[in-house]
Ligand binder design. Structure first.
Ligand SMILES: CC(C)(COP(=O)(O)OP(=O)(O)OC[C@H]1O[C@@H](n2cnc3c(N)ncnc32)[C@H](O)[C@@H]1OP(=O)(O)O)[C@@H](O)C(=O)NCCC(=O)NCCS
Length: 192
């Protein structure tokens, strides 16, 4: 049964639906509310300190030990609240699904970190697309990142967005698991 709401009258008091002479509410007087917003839709929002545990859970997931850094709470708090960076959350009705940490630079952004809760299920593509759309709308000229050179899945993922492989810096990434990794730079121009 749909929930029927009665909008407040102009004087701010709840508006009473008019009754007919039998004392029954005239259905003409009760407006069905418009369809409720689709709260299942995914959306981009700014992170708050309440998201720190979620971000750490992704960064510290064992499968990501050789892909992402670990971040102390204070580092993430600064990233969320401090100047020069922005942390975005990909949110569904079921809660946060991914995070994206951007560092602002002169003409664009560095994608400092990017991860989703359940990789390989189509979360990352619309999430990164929404981030790039927002950066383009804001007039950013470019975005770049570094990724472990053996993180083939992520490299392929970024390539599908047009990120171009750049220089490799050998042995710069000391990981929590596995050997020291080379870091691959990837760049994407956001304007033609
Ligand atoms: C990289 C990551 C963010 C991608 O998000 P995702 O939700 O897994 O990606 P999607 O499921 O939306 O896949 C999008 C595309 O990327 C490619 N892709 C994603 N993960 C892949 C993998 N492990 N291997 C091969 N291709 C992969 C697919 O080609 C896919 O293409 P399709 O849309 O044509 O099927 C996610 O896998 C992740 O969090 N990985 C662990 C952390 C990490 O490596 N972050 C990047 C650090 S720089």
């Amino acid at each position: 049964m749909p929930v029927v709401t009665v909008p407040p009258a102009r004087d701010g008091n709840p508006q009473r639906p008019r009754t007919n002479r039998n004392g029954l509410v005239s259905t003409d007087e009760i407006a069905e509310p418009a369809d409720p917003p689709d709260t299942g839709a995914l959306m981009l929002r700014d992170a708050t300190p309440a998201d720190i545990a979620f971000i750490q859970a992704i960064a510290d997931a064992p499968d990501n030990w050789d892909k992402l850094e670990t971040y102390p709470e204070e580092t993430l708090r600064q990233a969320i609240l401090g100047p020069g960076s922005r942390v975005l959350i990909w949110q569904s009705r079921d809660g946060p699904q991914g995070f994206c940490w951007l560092k602002q630079e002169h003409t664009g952004f560095k994608l400092e970190e990017f991860g989703v809760l359940r990789p390989g299920r189509g979360t990352g593509r619309p999430f990164l697309q929404a981030v790039l759309d927002q950066l383009r709308q804001a007039g950013a000229a470019r975005i770049w990142l570094t990724v472990a050179a053996d993180n083939a899945g992520a490299i392929r993922f970024y390539s599908t967005f047009g990120f171009i492989r750049g220089a490799v810096r050998p042995g710069v990434w000391h990981r929590r698991r596995g050997p020291v990794a080379d870091a691959l730079r990837m760049d994407l121009a956001l304007r033609p």
